[in-house]
Design a protein around this ligand. Structure first.
Ligand SMILES: [Zn+2]
Length: 62
């Protein structure tokens, strides 16, 4: 049995932790509803989950 690794939110990309938190268009819509939390802008996003989490913490004063 082969599991479907397509993102269940957008159905457009492979579902990785990095995709779910930072790259998915549906997640970005959800983040946009939480103005007290800044996420890295698209041009700053990395394919590295660790780098993106680090930027998230920096942008939000840890
Ligand atoms: Zn997605």
């Amino acid at each position: 049995m082969v599991a479907d690794s397509t993102c269940q939110l957008c159905g457009e990309h492979q579902e990785t932790t990095n995709h779910l938190i930072f790259q998915c268009r549906v997640s970005k819509e959800i983040w946009s509803m939480t103005p007290s939390i800044q996420i890295p802008s698209d041009n700053l996003l990395s394919n590295s989950l660790i780098e993106n989490v680090s930027m998230l913490l920096t942008l939000n004063n840890n």
